[in-house]
Design a protein around this ligand. Structure first.
Ligand code: NAD
Ligand code: UD1
Length: 336
């Protein structure tokens, strides 16, 4: 059985469908801190098979031990954690406690039950301000906010754990900017409150929940002055987890690897693609740069291609189409 922490969240839910469809037996553990139970039924429908669910907090060692004790766990895919950059600046202790504390309890429980494979959700945010592009995995790390630092610290903990016990293996996946949704439009990104990230903001302007997009900065040294990012379709990302799991089960080592497309798109390119695909105009205005933003960030994806045999298949227009399928069918997100 594969144990998926945070499997009801945005990326976890898509990954669970890919894993189940590939024949893996799954159990999800999630405390619903940032997700809703309605996701579970939709995962089960779309995955075409049973998926076990435990409502529990991964910081709860007793609850976690009960889950590990029930069914042998072959590997863990670890999505659970908090992820809002601004909130992490305001509440750093909550971020250190949940992200690092949760991972610590999980790793101790894995040790107790002799589970030695973990796929971990890291982020391109660990690179901080890029010194050179595209970003290769050996680029110096320098997260610039508490959220990013939790990812950086967890990466170190995983490396130390692997040094201490060579049979322990991790696949640390540095995601770039995941967007899009399952093509059915039944699951997708459902942020609480006003979205901080570009894509959910755009789709909420499209359904008229928000009035207009503010584009943060049009004076960067990029193709059109707006910020450039490596947007990756969440279905491609989900497949990346399958490839990482296979790597861990087949090969005798750990890996830290970028998951992106290797291509950057500017904010204006994204907004224009969305308009082209959906036919819906997106009201927008230019605003000052957002603090902490970098001009450009995109991945070198050659390691993922070489080691995992994985590469993305979907482009920005697919991301726009599928995000819109989700948002238009679920204007208020998942039901309570
Ligand atoms: P998400 O918030 O949608 O999903 C995280 C899930 O974990 C939620 O369902 C939440 O309820 C659960 N959770 C949180 N703390 C928990 C705890 N203590 N015990 C049990 N469950 C808990 O986030 P996401 O976008 O799906 O991201 C998944 C992972 O990928 C996170 O670790 C995130 O930091 C990382 N990541 C996300 C992005 C992104 O842009 N979405 C980019 C890079 C890395
Ligand atoms: C942000 C986080 C990053 C995290 C990632 C998760 C910051 C500084 N970085 O990345 O740590 O891993 O989310 O996906 O918060 N933009 C607008 N208007 C908006 C929103 C965004 O113009 O309303 C622009 C931004 O300036 C940026 C681009 O859109 O150029 C992408 O922004 P966003 O989706 O927030 O992602 P990142 O900033 O790359």
């Amino acid at each position: 059985m594969i144990l998926v922490t945070g499997g009801l969240g945005f990326i976890g839910s898509h990954a669970c469908i890919a894993l189940r469809r590939a024949g893996h037996k799954l159990a999800i553990v999630d405390n619903l801190a940032n997700s809703k139970l309605a996701v579970l039924e939709r995962i089960r429908d779309l995955a075409g098979g049973d998926v076990a669910f435990h409502r529990a907090d991964i910081r709860d060692a007793t609850a976690l031990a009960a889950i590990f004790g029930r069914d042998p766990v072959e590997a863990v895919i670890h999505f659970a954690g908090y992820k809002a950059v601004g909130e992490s600046v305001a509440k750093p202790l909550d971020y250190y406690e949940n992200n690092i504390g949760g991972t610590f309890v999980l790793l101790k429980t894995m040790e107790r039950y002799a589970v030695r494979r973990i796929v971990f959700s890291s982020s391109a945010t660990v690179y901080g301000d890029p010194q050179r592009l595209p970003l290769t995995e050996d680029h110096p790390l320098g997260a610039v906010n508490p959220y990013g630092r939790t990812k950086q610290f967890i990466e170190v903990i995983l490396k130390d754990r692997a040094i201490g016990s060579p049979e322990f293996r991790h696949a640390t996946l540095r995601y770039f900017n995941p967007i899009g949704a399952h093509p059915s439009g039944r699951i997708g990104e459902d942020p609480r409150g006003i979205p901080n990230n570009l894509f959910p903001y755009v789709t909420q302007v499209a359904i008229k929940r928000l009035e207009k997009l503010r584009i943060y900065g049009n004076d960067y040294g990029t193709v059109d002055g707006t910020g450039v990012r490596d947007y990756i379709h969440v279905m491609d990302l989900a497949e990346g987890h399958l490839a990482a799991l296979k790597f861990l089960l087949d090969k005798d080592r750990s890996i830290t690897v970028n998951l992106g497309t290797g291509r950057g798109n500017s904010v204006l390119e994204v907004v224009n693609a969305f308009e082209r695909v959906t036919g819906i105009p997106i009201a927008r205005e230019f605003a000052p740069r957002r603090q902490g933003d970098v001009a450009s960030c995109y991945a070198d994806v050659s390691l993922a291609s070489r080691e995992l045999g994985w590469q993305t298949k979907l482009g920005i227009e697919d991301m726009c189409r599928d995000a819109w399928a989700w948002q238009s069918a679920n204007p208020r997100g998942f039901p309570e």
